[in-house]
Design a protein around this ligand. Structure first.
Ligand code: ARG
Length: 460
């Protein structure tokens, strides 16, 4: 039964109902709607509208309804044919306790109600996202620690550049996800504001203590303007923006893993549990989990753009367009949560092929060309001249068909007489890493500190 029948003579067109009703997707707000309704009942007592006994009966009936809702699940609730989750809760309440149920909506509108429900739901989801991000960050630290010794090529332009520790690579993602976590926390701050008491648009006509109500909802305080409060979906947009960036970070991690597990790289092997086979090619082992993590970003970014288009040019205050906020939010956060939850099983079971990594890291030795230039700088050669000499030696080595680090000393001295026998010590992967002993660098000592710092951050 609709909540607004009085003014209407004619019946709704079934097609309009199908178009207009939101229960099929907003049923998942039921817990938030019941929680918010309980807080509203308490606020109505403080405003002198309800008695304490009436509130107690409403609370008991709403608690019973919460249990019923949990049993039914979102699909069961949706099957009821009500217009939306607010109608479902109210009509069930009236069916169970009669006239008292009809008092609950005093001074409240679905406009401030839905904004409240969605904020409650979003706050919970942001918490869940933060927990999931934290788990992934923990796995990255564990991977870094477990594979401390492993050296891989570091790339620019996807060309081998300089050697780095695999742990350093893992901690790069630890940093990215740390910024994502901070963005979720920041979105949470602005989500935890209570629009309840804003009524339809002008503010409720009953003397509601909005501060106390906000506190009951677990929010930091009430919103400052009723017109803004009922139509503000910034918190949804901010959540989707934070989800988008987090998802983009995951696509980069996924892409690295997809490359690294290919035969061309062979740095890692993914576990059978998170890969699939081919229906035609018997030898295949496909990194589907990582590919889907990469693929999901399209719909997550799409959700953010979709909401932006819903908000654009919307006149104050509430408009039904805003019903379009939910599906993108639900879809994006569900999918990002899945991506985040897929990563621990991928990362924890990752087999690292240390020898293949090392072989690629050294390659023909030309990844040590920067170290050769730096060696010359240490012997007083200006960097630009040293760069030129090291570049020429790369070519000499290539032409001789040997690695840069394998060039005979005489050949090196022919190009740069400053080079001495101790150059051999400089032209090793270990020496190259150790030299990057700067905060944020890949020297093992720095990485060990970074791991310790990361662990501390996760504990704090
Ligand atoms: N289902 C609606 C939504 O999601 C609830 C608010 C309806 N408000 C209204 N004035 N019809 O936005």
């Amino acid at each position: 039964m609709a909540l607004w029948g009085g003014r209407f003579e004619g019946k709704s067109d079934p097609l309009f109902r199908q178009f207009n009703d939101s229960l099929r997707f907003d049923a998942r707000l039921v817990e938030a709607d019941i929680f918010g309704s309980k807080a509203w009942a308490s606020a109505l007592v403080r405003a002198g509208v309800l008695t304490a006994q009436e509130r107690d009966r409403l609370h008991a009936a709403l608690d019973a309804l919460a249990k019923e809702a949990a049993g039914l699940g979102a699909a069961g609730i949706a099957a009821s044919g009500e217009e939306d989750v607010h109608s479902w809760v109210e009509s069930r309440l009236i069916a169970s306790i009669g006239d008292l149920g009809k008092k609950l909506h005093t001074g409240r509108s679905r406009n401030d109600q839905v904004a409240t429900d969605l904020r409650l739901w979003t706050a919970g989801t942001l918490e869940a996202l933060r927990a999931a991000v934290r788990d992934v960050r923990g796995c990255l630290v564990e991977l870094a620690d477990r594979e401390r010794e492993v050296i891989v090529p570091g790339y620019t332009h996807l060309q081998r550049g300089q050697p780095v520790l695999l742990a350093h690579w893992a901690l790069a993602y630890f940093q990215m996800l740390g910024r994502d976590d901070a963005r979720f926390a920041d979105a949470l701050e602005r989500t935890r504001v209570s629009p309840l008491g804003s009524g339809a648009l002008a503010g409720t006509a009953f003397p509601i203590d909005r501060e106390a109500l906000a506190k009951d909802l677990g929010f930091s305080g009430p919103s400052g303007n009723s017109l803004d409060a009922v139509s503000d979906r910034d918190f949804v947009f901010e959540t989707l923006a934070a989800c988008s960036l987090c998802s983009l970070h995951l696509t980069r991690l996924a892409e690295d893993l997809i490359l690294y597990c290919s035969a061309e790289f062979g740095f890692v092997t993914m576990d059978d549990a998170v890969t699939s086979g081919s229906s035609l090619m018997p030898q295949k082992k496909n990194p589907d989990a990582a590919e889907l993590i990469r693929g999901k970003s399209g719909r997550i970014l799409g959700a953010m753009v979709s909401l932006a288009m819903t908000i654009k040019g919307l006149p104050l205050a509430y408009n039904k367009d805003l019903q379009e906020d939910k599906e993108p939010l639900f879809d994006a956060s569900d999918n990002l949560l899945m991506c985040l939850r897929m990563l621990p099983p991928v990362l924890n079971t990752l087999k690292v092929n240390q020898q293949a990594c090392r072989k690629a890291a050294l390659g023909d030795g030309s990844v040590l060309a920067t170290d050769l230039a730096d060696y010359l700088v240490d012997r007083g050669v200006p960097f630009r001249t040293a760069h030129e000499a090291a570049g020429r030696l790369v070519r000499v080595a290539m032409e001789a068909g040997v690695g840069l680090h394998e060039l005979p000393l005489a050949k090196m001295q022919a190009v740069a007489p400053e080079i001495q026998a101790d150059v051999a010590k400089a032209l090793t992967l270990e020496a190259s890493l150790a030299r990057r002993n700067v905060l944020g660098g890949t020297a093992p000592a720095q990485v060990a500190q970074a791991i310790a710092k990361a662990r501390k951050e996760l504990q704090g």
